[in-house]
Design a protein around this ligand. Sequence first.
Ligand SMILES: C[S@@+](CC[C@H](N)C(=O)[O-])C[C@H]1O[C@@H](n2cnc3c(N)ncnc32)[C@H](O)[C@@H]1O
Length: 415
Amino acid sequence: MPQSRRGPPPPAASKSSSSSSRGKQSDRKKNTTTVSNINVNRNEAKNPKAAIDPRVLSQFKTILNTFQHTFSHLFDTPDLPQIIQSVKHSLYLRDYVAAFDSPEKLQAYVVRWSVARALAYFEMIAGGWWSDDVTRAFYTTPTIPAHSNSTTTPNGSSSSSSKGEKRLSITCIGGGAGAEIVGMAAAYSFLNPPVPDITSTEEGSQEQEEKDEGRRGLDLTLLDFATWAPITDSLYTTLTDPTKKESNVFLEKSGFSAKCHQQDVLTPLSDTTISSISSADIVTILFTAGELYSQSPTATTKFFMSLHALTKPGALLVVVDSAGGFEDLDVLKENKNNTATSSGGGGSKNSDSMGGYKLGFLLDKTLTNRDQWQTIASHDAKWWRVPQGLKDSSGYPLELENMRCLIRVYRRNES
Ligand SMILES: C[S@@+](CC[C@H](N)C(=O)[O-])C[C@H]1O[C@@H](n2cnc3c(N)ncnc32)[C@H](O)[C@@H]1O
């Protein structure tokens, strides 16, 4: 298949990639612009004038359009600033029940906070921040010799594939608020751009067939204890609306599913939750781990420890959180100052103590000490910044925030 018909390849090997994922690199390095080049060009901390890759800028804009179209009614509401303020106040108090107790508050949260996160998650996935393995899992166009029947699994190994056999399955814990569905759909569509209709020639129809065999589809399960389903349903409708595909992130319904399931992950897990975690190629916990620890360090540690038994060998676990914010969750300190906060998960949950552990250290200790998981990407404090080019041109009416992130990606070991 001619290279020009493919989407951008996954990144060249980066520091965080594991040796097992490198086997198929040579097939993918033919394009001169790799996704990791895009990432390097975006290093505005070192060079604020560095030009952003136009394809990335364009996808950032389609992400913003997706939110603006979906919630267009909200931007005309004079009450929006007031609702945002009230959500902010409840979040400051860590009163998550009050923060999310009405549809308007959920929508206000999404347009104010989830948008920047969706931008960040798109770039983190497409740019290899979460390891080459994660990026490659999103990149589904056939990559190895055109007539081979192979595909690449999230753990980088090669497995045989038949038509329609394998879709990328991701379970997002605390993932109801819209950032994951849009950010991941954006990364998926960016890494697998539509192929022009080439079926009019014999060679073209064979190529189209090979492409269809390789394109697997994306299935998201969004687990969250708040009632986000109306939000994710609205976003799904926009993301799969063919009439908006020129301006918004777009995926065909046949290749994309997103289900929101209500679950407090610190309480006994439902069968639906268990089955979604156990079939997932990737499990994400994005800006949620800190909240879980604030609700109950003991139950959260237990939950993280249970993930090994719940997930399949080779599954990837991605945790992103606010870097350095974990001192706030030092329950010892809170108890000492008598300022224990409301968690929304029940008052008694805050009674146990974590001491002063930092989140990254705690995760590493919980997951890797018994060789159940291996770390494949690790950053204690990495800035994601809203690109200046987007700020200058997007016209998005609300603030988009930079983030200083803790990132950990683990691969589940066989045993
Ligand atoms: C800070 S928000 C992050 C949302 C989203 N993951 C993102 O990155 O933008 C935390 C999310 O975790 C959810 N959450 C908090 N505690 C939870 C629990 N015990 N079980 C399930 N979801 C929880 C909240 O409802 C909220 O959607």
